[in-house]
Design a binder for this molecule. Structure first.
Ligand code: SF4
Length: 296
């Protein structure tokens, strides 16, 4: 749109559940940008930088004059890397110029919260930040190290706990297949342990994929053997079996998944397990997505 007040540097990513949100870039790229499975921000124009604060505030004001907005997603890869003061001024501007906004959300890396206290996060929550999407990917130290995630079980847990204490809804992603065949079991076991300890409000699994090739990934994981479709299901089954969640919305409906699962854990645990078992034993009856439907 020619006179749209917000300028974007493509490509821009958002979680599937933010399809109807205003995407507001407050940073460009990802401040870490070293996970070997991720190509989201590797193009030159996506090199990390914080966007100019005055420009962002102007865009908020101008957008508020033109349209009614109910949801805002702060882009790019880890908007919560910004200092609390700057985030507060963005949230306050959203409240002032887009008074209908009910929810502001953002991606968040555990490392973004190392220097942020629970009290600071509470201030952000009070100013409108409702939800953080945290790509934990795995709870297993070895998998995290092999893929250069730059996080550990403890750093992930600490971030999830801080967000929880601040009242910010946590939506966690775990990557099915990230440990390949050799680390599949410990990946499932320790990811379940991380989720059980942190009890996030939302959990989704995505299937690891390499649309632009595996070369970068194999630099740190030379003996990686990808899981076949059935092995991916066995890993999800193992994860689900070990999850002891009290009230978590579980989804595996991202385009990368062969098997779409939706439910609330723990209430729907047995039903979800039965669906996965059927996909393992009778894949032709399990309504799996075909390769061409996976939209990678
Ligand atoms: S932290 Fe997220 S966006 Fe950044 S490189 Fe890793 S997976 Fe990609």
């Amino acid at each position: 749109m020619q006179d749209f007040p917000i300028s974007y540097i493509e490509p821009v990513f958002r979680p599937p559940s933010e399809a109807h949100s205003l995407i507001l870039p407050v940073t460009n790229g990802c401040s870490w940008n070293k996970c070997t499975f991720c190509e989201m921000y590797t193009q030159e124009q996506k090199k990390f930088r914080a966007r100019d604060e005055a420009q962002v505030l102007d865009e908020i004001r101008l957008t508020g004059e033109k349209m009614i907005v109910q949801r805002v997603f702060l882009a790019d890869g880890d908007a919560l890397v910004l200092p609390t003061r700057r985030l507060l001024s963005i949230l306050q501007a959203i409240r002032e110029h887009m008074p209908e906004v009910e929810r502001v959300s953002s991606y968040c890396l555990p490392r973004n919260l190392r220097k942020k206290s629970v009290d600071e996060l509470k201030e952000l929550a009070d100013a409108g930040l409702r939800m953080a999407y945290v790509g934990c990917e795995s709870g297993d130290e070895e998998v995290l190290a092999r893929v250069n995630k730059g996080e550990t079980y403890e750093s992930s847990l600490s971030a999830l706990d801080k967000l929880g204490q601040a009242g910010i809804t946590r939506s966690v992603m775990i990557l099915n297949g990230l440990g390949g065949t050799s680390l599949s079991e410990q990946h499932a076991d320790n990811s379940a342990r991380l989720m059980n300890e942190s009890q996030p409000e939302f959990l989704s699994t995505l299937v690891v994929s390499f649309p632009t090739g595996e070369a970068r990934f194999r630099e740190g994981f030379a003996d990686f053997r990808p899981l076949g479709q059935q092995q991916l299901f066995v890993e999800v089954e193992r994860l689900l079996q070990r999850l002891e969640l009290r009230d978590t919305v579980f989804r595996s409906d991202h385009a990368s998944n062969y098997l779409v699962l939706k439910g609330t854990l723990g209430a729907d645990k047995q039903r979800l397990l039965a669906q996965v078992r059927q996909a393992i034993e009778q894949p032709q009856q399990a309504r799996l997505r075909q390769e061409w439907q996976r939209g990678l």
